[in-house]
Design a protein around this ligand. Structure first.
Ligand code: ADP
Ligand code: ZN
Length: 757
């Protein structure tokens, strides 16, 4: 259902657009850098990290600047909150509770507070929920602990041994060290150190809880850049030196040296004593990255992601806040760290969907990185071999600098890409590796090289169905088929994780052993491969087989060390990795993008297949990519085979432009969900009815979401599309403010949605 609206919701001066970097908008959106005066000296508006409507008034002992962390009572609880704004003043003073600054009066930087407000406004999330992203590590504000350290004591030990002498030798510089550090440096057992402590030859001193972080050295190694790399690096160094906001797309084929080039910008920011944030889409990519960083800068950067221990988080958070952590490499949540001197932001693999946070505060870390850079008034660099269409448009219209690296560095050349037309190259029923692909595998293995077979589907088969009655096994909580995982001997729902054993008889027609697998999954391709190449060392790489980042990294290492000949994997193997011996990539089913019904379906298929192809031939040995498809004439396949990437992008851009789709218009999804389906559908109708009319606004829905049922909750979707000049947030705010939904129905707003399920 499509309706056009009349009333005008054109952009007001509150217009916000993360991609809009024209000087006027920058000025318009420029934060009030002066902390707001807090009116009554003994009152403050304190924001709590909770999904509340706004800040609450508290009484405070003295005037506290915005950003000051306080402990504030809320009902029976005590929370950490932040002095945020001038008090509302309407609360009776006698009813006010008192908030107390934390010991040492730690304070979030003003720019972070501005950023939080901005994100909240743009995503229609309560500011408290966004603040919660910045306060996930409250232990960081506790008074710093201490460790015991030891220096040379007054006593000379009665009995001297070579070990004891070594320890005392180490202490001769007068620096305090922990007992374990002493033992390690002197290469003695801990007992030797304990003995020296016992006899008074070492005396105790208090050490800070953590050693200082090492500072990356911009001149640790230098790299001779090639001509294009140098040109791009020069631009980026200049951007850093200017100390002003700018955005650049570093657009280079895989292996062209994008990382090498943005490291030059990092070095420049280090020389200027700035902090640097590098965002990566996935934790699994960080280990290789940390080592590489250390090779260039002499030490590892600080890390920030969900896999850190509490202690590591506390250490890093504090070090960031003090300005001691100079370079942080992290996942999207690192955007909310309290950098006091941020001088450069880098978003690597900027097109990755993993940058979109889909739960809680829903935001796109790539777009918000641009916003944070603008607030910090520093450059942001977006790097990719296959940029998002949004970024491509910003680069081609000159809003972003467009830095191009068209060649692989050194001897490495781009792989040869060939399409295999599955309509002609038939495979036997239940098999998926065509003859040309098999031949190529044989050849690669024959030369002692490695191969990667890619299929974007986990598990054994796409679906499992009864041969007699056609009954399909579906999830009881979601409207999705269950996927057979032979490896774990289970049927699994890929949405909610529900698992069950494959029944012996069909629940519908009672025929025993009637279930058969339809279509390929990585496990099934692996089975086929193993029968065909029994000698080859093979590993499956998919998220349900490799549990967590540690196992994924172990698999990557095994591949690097050539302990594996062939990897058969899903998209977790597509990205970033560099395997010098990998010369063959086979894409088992290119038509299986899995992004149907999605505005970005083609773009994503292209990006994914291009990324996978980029794994081939990254070193001296040339690579080859074979793409099995039933649609060899499709623009996506043609662009991949011919390497005419921009022709494909320009066509996609035209489609989007005609449809008024992002970035040529704005889009927001509203999802209603609840356990009671009838209630959810009713709420959807009510919501649609209440939608204000507006010029340049289109509304679709309510309609059942693609997955109508997820985790036992029924889901209805509405989609709002507006023309570019309309401020979609203002429209949504006006609409939703007038609505009261039943408590049992949850409403989620997703501005700039990337998932249409
Ligand atoms: P990208 O990030 O574009 O995929 P990388 O920066 O990872 O490319 O570079 C690919 C490989 O080429 C890396 O091993 C890198 O060290 C090497 N490389 C790139 N540029 C240079 C250079 N100028 N000198 C030496 N090695 C380089
Ligand atoms: Zn399910």
């Amino acid at each position: 259902m499509l309706r056009s609206r009349d009333e005008d919701h054109t952009r007001t001066d509150a217009a916000i657009d993360p991609c809009d970097t024209s000087p006027e908008t920058v000025a318009m959106n420029a934060p009030a850098l002066k902390p707001p005066s807090l009116g009554h000296p003994h009152r403050a508006g304190v924001l709590l990290p909770l999904p509340l409507g706004s800040a609450y008034d508290y009484s405070v002992e003295m005037e506290l600047p915005r950003g000051t962390l306080v402990e504030a009572p809320l009902g029976p609880r005590r929370c950490i909150g932040v002095v945020w704004q001038a008090p509302d003043g309407s609360v009776d003073p006698s009813k006010l509770k008192t908030a107390v600054p934390l010991a040492g009066k730690p304070r979030l930087p003003e720019s972070l507070c501005t950023f939080i407000d901005w994100v909240a406004r743009y995503t229609l999330t309560s500011p408290g929920l966004v603040l919660a992203l910045a306060l996930r590590t409250p232990q960081a504000f506790a008074p710093e602990g201490s460790r015991r350290g030891y220096i040379r004591g007054g006593t000379i030990p009665a009995r001297m041994t070579p070990e004891r002498e070594r320890v005392l030798q180490v202490t001769s510089d007068g620096l305090a060290r922990s007992a374990s550090a002493l033992a390690e440096e002197a290469n003695v057992s801990p007992a030797v150190v304990r003995g020296l402590i016992g006899c008074g030859a070492l005396s105790e001193q208090s050490l800070p809880e953590f050693d200082r972080l090492a500072c990356p050295d911009p001149a640790f190694t230098t790299v001779a850049l090639n001509f294009e790399q140098e040109a791009a690096a020069r631009t980026l160094r200049g951007a850093v030196a200017s100390g002003q906001f700018s955005a650049a797309l570093l657009d280079g084929v895989t292996g062209s040296g994008k990382t090498e080039v943005y490291f030059e910008a990092v070095a420049e920011a280090l020389r200027r004593e700035k902090q640097i944030l590098i965002l990566l889409p996935e934790i699994a990519l960080t280990v290789q990255f940390l080592d590489r960083f250390a090779e260039r800068f002499g030490c590892r950067p600080a890390e920030w992601h969900s896999d850190l221990s509490q202690k590591e988080r506390r250490r890093t958070y504090r070090a960031v806040m003090r300005g001691e952590a100079r370079v942080v490499v992290g996942a999207r949540s690192a955007l909310f760290l309290p950098f006091p001197q941020l001088g450069l932001l880098i978003v690597d693999e900027e097109h990755e969907q993993a940058y979109k946070q889909e739960e809680g505060a829903i935001y796109h870390a790539r777009d918000m990185a641009v916003v944070r850079a603008r607030i910090e008034n520093c450059p942001v660099v977006l790097a990719s071999a296959t940029p998002s269409l949004e970024t491509y448009v910003n680069a081609s219209t000159g809003r972003y600098k467009w830095l191009k690296l068209p060649r692989r560095h050194g001897a490495a050349v781009l792989p040869e890409i060939r399409l295999i037309d599955l309509r002609h190259e038939r495979t036997e029923a239940g098999t998926w590796l065509s003859q040309p692909l098999r031949n190529a595998i044989t050849a690669a293995l024959g030369c002692g090289e490695q191969a990667l077979l890619f299929l974007n589907r986990r598990g054994y088969a796409a679906l499992t169905l009864c041969e007699c009655c056609g009954h399909k096994m579906t999830c009881s909580h979601c409207s999705a088929w269950l996927v057979e995982h032979r490896y774990h001997r289970k049927l699994v729902c890929h949405h909610c994780g529900y698992q069950t054993a494959l029944p012996h008889t069909c629940p519908q027609c009672q025929t025993p052993a009637s279930f058969m697998a339809c279509g390929p999954g990585v496990e099934r391709v692996a089975e086929e491969f193993a029968t065909m190449f029994p000698q080859a060392r093979m590993a499956i790489a998919s998220s349900d087989i490799l549990h967590g980042p540690a196992e994924t990294q172990a698999a990557i290492r095994a591949m690097e060390k050539h302990e594996i000949d062939v990897v058969i994997g899903t998209q977790i193997v597509a990205k970033g990795h560099h395997f010098p011996q990998l010369t063959l990539v086979g894409i088992v089913d290119a038509d299986l993008g899995g992004f149907d019904g999605d505005l970005r379906a083609r773009e994503r298929t292209f990006q994914l297949l291009h990324q996978v192809s980029g794994r081939a031939g990254r070193a001296e040995k040339p690579g080859q990519v074979l793409i099995q498809t039933r649609n060899p004439d499709d623009m996506v396949m043609q662009a991949l085979a011919s390497g005419e990437r921009n022709a494909f992008y320009d066509q996609e851009r035209l489609y989007r432009q005609r449809a008024g789709a992002p970035p040529f218009g704005h889009l927001a999804a509203i999802i209603l969900s609840g356990a009671d389906g009838g209630l959810v559908r009713q709420a959807g109708r009510m919501l649609a009815k209440a939608a204000p009319s507006g010029r340049g606004v289109k509304l679709w829905g309510p309609a059942p979401a693609f997955y109508q049922m997820l985790r036992g909750r029924t889901r209805e979707r509405l989609l709002v599309q507006t023309e570019r000049h309309v401020e979609i947030q203002a429209y949504l705010r006006a609409w939703l403010a007038a609505i009261k939904l039943p408590n049992a129905v949850r409403l989620t707003v997703d501005v700039d949605p990337v998932s249409f399920f």
